[in-house]
Design a protein around this ligand. Structure first.
Ligand code: AMP
Ligand code: GLY
Length: 432
């Protein structure tokens, strides 16, 4: 058997989880990660590579006989890294720049939904403020105002009053969101429970993966500002098998078909952010990459060989792959630097990681750390993803917080209620 050398692009908890899982593949040769972090260094060889420099990435791949590049974050996908790699004859996991518009342009996705009858919030697309404000006047509040382009998860404002809506519109057109705000999407406020659904596609075949729920607000009880995600679990109990089948039939399949028909087949992982409304599932947004921290819980539950699945996507032979999952629940808690999502300090030392990792069922993924003289230092906002499997959400949560409590890092914090919604459901199920 020829083993395959793999290069993972990225430096977060998502990439640590991907590297950790790839490492378990019998087909894996050498594993590299660019740039990686202090935890990834235990699973892969971290390399300094400017990932914006496609020529440098190609050169690295040739020198190290890379058989698959796995692109973690959206920016290099939207910038066309996969197109460049494929043109150079290097297999890559992730969509082309054209297909990455599903995340790179909210207007693109909304128009695609409208043309294909995919359920989503009613919307308007605007390039100047007066028309946008007139639409808000017509729709009423609450209403959702979004910068069209990539805004690192910060381009969405939920306006509760007309004054707030006008202010958000002026801010976006005034350059408050950079180039991402040159066009604005205004959409109906959806009411329901949010869930995420992940599926692989090679442009034609769709392979559902799993569901998850994130916790976007920084504070306990879902309070405070939005973040990149403070914790997650999988599966999402709200997503019954019947709902999942509907999501595939009504949302994922028409999307993959429409992208192929447009000559931009979608290859990679499709991450659908959903609102489960009284009328059924509606698409809030697509991401063209794995979720962070959702990937950490997905990888803990995946039994099958990840490398084989990702290669099959790149080689367009996904119909050959079946995925099996552990029946367990997985839950992850994000430990962040105090101050996040605002300003925070870097460089504080984290201790107790090996004691924490020894808690049964626990795996610790690093999101923003560096290794210096054998010490682990915090270098980011979201710093660690303490993750555990359990038979129930309550068990996974108890194991996760038992591990969190063994970590000594006075400069950090985490939410103490990750999984609350699912645990309430479990309690309800056992008492009725
Ligand atoms: P997005 O960046 O599109 O995921 O939006 C960030 C968050 O804003 C979502 O996770 C939702 O919580 C919320 N959101 C976005 N669009 C809507 C909508 N149309 N209705 C209600 N909430 C929304
Ligand atoms: N956890 C949210 C995201 O990956 O976009």
């Amino acid at each position: 058997m020829t083993r395959i050398n793999v290069l993972v692009i990225g430096s977060g908890g998502r990439e640590h989880a991907l590297c950790w899982k790839l490492r378990q593949s019998p087909e894996l040769g050498e594993l590299y990660c660019a740039p990686g972090n202090g935890g990834i260094a235990e699973a892969a060889t971290c390399v300094e590579l400017k990932v914006e420099d496609a020529a440098a990435v190609i050169e690295f791949c040739r020198r190290h006989d890379i058989g698959l590049v796995v692109v973690g974050p959206e920016a290099p996908l939207v910038a066309g890294l996969v197109d460049r790699l494929e043109a150079a004859g290097i297999a890559a996991f992730g969509p082309s720049a054209a297909a990455a518009q599903l995340e790179g342009s909210k207007g693109f996705t909304k128009d695609l939904c409208a043309e294909n009858g995919i359920p989503t919030a009613a919307y308007g697309r605007f390039t100047e403020a007066a028309a946008a404000k007139a639409y808000v006047g017509q729709m009423g509040v609450p209403i959702v105002i979004k910068a069209d382009g990539l805004a690192a998860g910060k381009g969405v404002i939920i306006a509760e009053s007309l004054a707030q809506a006008d202010e958000a519109i002026d801010d976006m057109f005034g350059g408050g969101f950079g180039a991402a705000g040159a066009a604005v999407v205004i959409e109906e406020f959806l009411v329901g429970e949010e869930a995420s659904f992940f599926a692989l596609s090679d442009g034609e075949t769709i392979l559902p993966m799993a569901t998850a729920q994130d916790h976007k607000r920084v504070g306990d009880g879902d309070t405070g500002p939005n973040t990149g995600g403070m914790g997650a679990y999988s599966p999402a109990p709200v997503m019954t098998p019947a709902l999942e089948a509907r999501v595939v039939r009504e949302i994922i399949e028409p999307t993959v078909r429409a992208m192929a028909a447009r000559g931009m087949p979608y290859r990679g992982v499709l991450y659908a952010g959903l609102m489960i409304t009284a009328d059924g599932p509606k698409l809030i947004e697509y991401n063209v990459r794995f979720g962070d921290p959702e990937t950490q819980v997905l990888m803990m539950r995946l039994e099958s060989d990840l490398l084989e699945a990702l290669l099959a996507v790149a080689q367009k032979i996904l119909s050959n792959v079946r995925l099996t999952w552990y029946p367990d629940v997985a839950l992850t808690v994000v430990m962040a630097a105090k101050g996040y999502p605002g300003a925070y300090d870097k460089g504080s030392e984290i201790k107790g990681l090996s004691e924490a990792a020894a808690v049964p069922g626990v795996q610790i993924f690093h999101a923003g750390t560096t290794r210096q003289d054998g010490r682990i230092l915090a270098t980011g906002g979201r710093v660690l993803n303490v993750t555990a499997r359990g038979r129930t959400v309550a068990e996974a949560q108890a194991r996760t917080y038992a591990a969190v409590d063994k970590i000594h890092w006075p400069e950090g914090f985490c939410r103490r209620d990750i999984g609350w919604r699912a645990i309430a459901r479990e309690k309800e199920a056992t008492t009725t």
